[in-house]
Design a protein around this ligand. Structure first.
Ligand code: SER
Length: 337
């Protein structure tokens, strides 16, 4: 069997490391990675090749590669993107645009649709205020698409660009013999929590930061209020959802952008769970108004019924299984507590 050639950008990030490990475990993939940084030990032996550097300038190298699938994970996350907004736009939009052009070119030229899997985010939503957030509850893909952050604007726009390149590029779909178009598929992730890595630069980071600090016996001052609520997901479920979406037959997909959800809990729920596992955990709340505002603009939860209907999506980990069967056993091994 010939191997599928796969590109993973942002491979050193949390999703990247977990995805490369899972692809290698599955087998049948030649994995090419790219990132600003060298690959960490956790995955350096799993990649056939690593291209280190700024994707915006490195992308021309990839025109000679015959990728079947591109996982474009490289991004500047929401809190960081509010500090360096133009740089975030360059990374999040320019980088994506360059890769979309590559995928479109190769798909049309060689008549083989390159799959482009894009992690979007609950940041693509923007609730006008906390009262509306509470009232709206669980939201669908097409609702409240007015993000408050640079990162959210970037993700929403890139969803649109990807859909454009896979369906309408140059209006060639109207030709008598339309070319093969690239195959863009996006998932809007909630906050992700891994037992093995920590996020950096995001705004849902208080969840994983609090748990990792508690497990290490380090004090933690949470940067949002105790009643703050958004949806979260275990990293293995995030990886599962990307691979399920990759494998789904194109004719089953009724949209190119899908919500996925697992469990919506508050910052206080995280604290209580941390305290019951690590009774001496020292967790306080010191809300940061700007980061609080970002999370308050994200919905309480998302409706993922389209993903469930179109590609049989269902998370393995609800909140209890997340803590009992994934996070706590792994984190105890990791920190020896
Ligand atoms: N977890 C990301 C962040 O907080 C959202 O996609 O920026």
């Amino acid at each position: 069997m010939t191997e599928k050639q796969v590109l993973v950008t942002g491979a050193c990030g949390e999703i990247g490391q977990a995805l490369v490990q899972e692809l290698a475990k599955r087998g049948g993939y030649k994995i090419i990675t790219s990132d600003l940084a060298p690959l960490p030990d956790s995955i350096s032996h799993l990649a056939a090749e690593h291209v280190q550097g700024d994707l915006v300038y490195k992308v021309k190298i990839f025109y000679d590669y015959d990728f079947d699938v591109i996982f474009h994970l490289a991004a500047s996350l929401s809190s960081k993107a509010e500090i360096a907004t133009e740089e975030a736009h360059r990374i999040n939009v320019e980088g994506t645009m360059q890769l979309l052009m590559l995928a479109a070119y190769r798909s049309e030229k060689y008549g083989k649709a390159v799959k482009f899997i894009f992690p979007s985010s609950i940041a693509a939503y923007g609730m006008p205020d906390i009262a509306m957030k509470r009232k709206a509850g669980t939201v669908r893909e097409e609702e409240w698409d007015s993000p408050h952050t640079m990162y959210g604007c970037n993700k929403l726009y890139c969803e649109k660009l990807g859909t454009y390149y896979s369906r309408f590029h140059g209006q060639k779909h109207l030709d008598e013999h339309p070319p093969v178009m690239m195959d863009f598929r996006a998932i809007r992730f909630p906050g992700l929590v891994s037992a093995f890595t920590l996020p950096s630069g995001g705004t849902s980071d208080y969840g994983p930061e609090m748990l990792h600090a508690a497990a290490q016996g380090k004090p933690y001052a949470c940067f949002v209020r105790p009643d703050t609520i958004i949806s979260f997901m275990a990293m293995p479920d995030a990886i599962k959802s990307m691979l399920m979406l990759m494998d789904a037959p194109r004719e089953n997909l009724t949209t190119s952008v899908y919500n996925v959800a697992a469990f919506a809990i508050t910052a206080e729920d995280f604290r209580q769970r941390a305290l019951s596992a690590f009774p001496s955990a020292d967790i306080t709340f010191e809300p940061n108004p700007r980061r609080q505002g970002i999370v308050d603009s994200w919905p309480e939860d998302v409706n993922d019924s389209r993903a469930r209907a179109d590609w049989n999506w269902k998370p393995d980990y609800d909140v209890d299984r997340f803590f009992e069967e994934y996070f706590l056993p792994e984190i105890r091994k990791r920190y020896g507590k």
